[in-house]
Unconditional design. Sequence first.
Length: 59
Amino acid sequence: MRRTTEGWRQGIQWTLILLLDDLDYADDIGLRASRNQDIKQKTQQLALVSGSTLKRLRS
């Protein structure tokens, strides 16, 4: 998950200096953003990162 969202300043403004970007649950990932386009980009990036991770695990 860190590789998916690193370098991004997108999320929901939680406090004056903190952004709520993602939530990690035991078996789920909850992505947060204030714009629909940001969620689409995060989802696409997550698919790319998870695909490369699966390739490394299988080889």
